[in-house]
Design a protein around this ligand. Structure first.
Ligand code: GDG
Length: 478
């Protein structure tokens, strides 16, 4: 995370509050830019979806500003009031890297890595959630709707109720909610569930997560009733499946530009004009199945000597959570496999795996989507996976194959993709080989169907649906 202590002076303009909507997320949608000496908006789907809503309602975003230590008073960027919640270095260590990413993250992703349970991580989680709740309580007007985001802030809705707030409150979980057998391990399961049950509406990426939540709520709290409308005390909590999406029109526009097409052609030629380019783009996270995917490519090269020299795999691994031990372990493992494949099969100008441990500029990312004949999105568990949707949106000529893990939330929605079990390396290798050989007309009809879905259900539809539900005026998801 590389957070440094920083003091905030000057550059702060106090905002005037209107009313309407308070978004609460671990991070503010802005970051401090040392070069320009001002706050700049961080790009991202959630920010682009919520910005117009927040601007028109003069809404507020409550979150951590991204650097440890003191934080400024509320300030405004691009017409949105930013209300910072300060975190100390020790809280970043114990709350964020500890409880959020060492306990909740692995637990909610099927416990595919050991789940660390420490009381000295739980207490800071409670304290930081309380600080967020206090800031929200001091900021929200009685008529405001409050929308809390994600696994870092699960206690906030319940805390707001304990403080006596009667506002409409929504919560959206971006990651999976695990089955009762896994969630039940958590010593603080009741507290977390009661935190979430403070909301009026809880949104999930998949139906599976919604069902898991209903079962857990009935098993570990006094909640009763069907998962979709739980009764808890005197209140009713509605849950829904609302898959998050991307700014599809923006992707289509950027991918259609001549400059993007030219960059893709150039990329292909730099790689020696291979017959097929296989692409993976992920944060470097053990949930993303990067190691299994590389093993599948290795198996393919062993089984199919005819493909050697003709196909290239690009894996973009964006550095993430580098202070968490399991992330260092998975990075070493991935780099070992890349070295093994290139050492065994590479030669005479052909490099089988091009591995980047860095993030790409957005224009480069789009050029990669355009150049890739096969996109491998093979997480072992994933809330949704936006990369899958971005690839689909970028394929405006309807070519290309999306190979998608059945364990990604996106698989519930993108049924026309080539669905795989990422744990089955041999199957994955076979599917990869078949995708390389695939008939272009078959690919076209599958991709057209996927594109229709991604264009119709975009992040703006997602956000307006969620907000209408929170405000009690929602209708059905498409
Ligand atoms: C969590 C959940 C859920 C990636 N590499 C580069 C780059 N990216 C961008 C992608 C995409 C985003 O990062 C990654 O989003 P994902 O959805 O794939 O994954 P998580 O970060 O794990 O997100 C996930 C999501 O929240 C939303 O609810 O879907 O399940 O785990 O937008 O484009 N962007 C640039 N260069 C890169 O190299 N510019």
């Amino acid at each position: 995370m590389g957070a440094t202590e920083m003091s905030f002076e000057g550059n702060v303009t106090r905002s005037t509050r209107g009313g309407g909507l308070v978004v609460v997320a671990n991070r503010l949608p802005v970051r401090w830019d040392d070069d320009s000496g001002q706050w700049v908006t961080s790009p991202g789907g959630l920010v682009s979806a919520l910005s117009p809503v927040l601007q028109s309602r003069r809404g507020v975003w409550v979150g951590w500003p991204g650097v440890a230590g003191g934080s400024p008073d509320a300030f405004e960027v691009d017409g949105i009031s930013q209300v910072p919640v300060p975190l100390t270095e020790s809280e970043i260590d114990l709350f964020y890297e500890g409880f959020c990413n060492g306990t909740v993250w692995p637990l909610y992703h099927d416990a595919i890595r050991p789940v660390e349970l420490h009381r000295h991580w739980w207490r800071p989680y409670v304290e930081v959630n309380r600080r967020f709740a206090e800031v929200v309580a001091a900021t929200a007007e009685p008529s405001d709707s409050i929308w809390v985001q994600d696994y870092q802030l699960q206690l906030v809705p319940g805390m707001l109720r304990s403080m006596g707030l009667s506002n409409r409150i929504g919560f959206f979980l971006h990651i999976p909610f695990p089955p009762v057998e896994i969630f039940g391990r958590l010593p603080w399961r009741e507290e977390i569930l009661e935190g979430l049950l403070g909301a009026d509406v809880v949104g999930f990426q998949t139906h599976r997560s919604l069902v898991n939540f209903g079962r857990c709520a009935r098993s570990f709290t006094a909640a009763t009733g069907p998962a979709e409308t739980l009764s808890f005390g005197t209140r009713t909590i509605t849950t829904e499946t609302v898959p998050i999406s991307i700014d599809s029109a923006k992707y289509v526009e950027e991918a259609s530009a001549a400059v993007a097409r030219a960059a893709a052609t150039e990329l292909r030629s730099e790689l020696g004009n291979p017959e097929s380019i296989i692409l993976g783009v992920d944060r470097l996270d053990y949930t993303k199945g990067i190691d299994q995917r590389l093993r599948a490519f290795e198996t393919l090269l062993a089984d199919r000597p005819d493909l050697r020299g003709r196909v290239v795999m690009i894996q973009v691994a964006v550095p993430s959570r580098q202070n968490v031990g399991e992330y260092q372990v998975i990075r070493e493992e991935i780099e070992r496999i890349v070295g093994r494949i290139n050492g065994a099969y590479g030669g005479s100008g052909w490099v089988p795996v091009h591995y980047y441990y860095r993030s790409l500029e957005r224009t480069e990312l789009i050029a990669h989507y355009l150049a890739a004949d096969v996109m491998l999105v093979t997480p072992l568990r994933d809330g949704m996976n936006l990369v899958a949707k971005e690839y689909v949106a970028a394929r405006t000529d309807d070519t290309g194959t999306l190979v998608l893990s059945e364990f990604a939330g996106a698989a519930e929605e993108l049924k026309g993709a080539t669905i795989v079990n990422p744990y089955d390396v041999d199957e994955l290798a076979d599917v990869l080989g078949a995708s390389i050989d695939a008939d272009a007309s078959e690919q076209r009809s599958a991709m057209r169907m996927l594109r229709r879905r991604v264009e119709r259900w975009d992040v703006h539809r997602w956000a307006s649906h969620c907000l209408e539900s929170i405000e009690g005026v929602g209708d059905a998801v498409l």
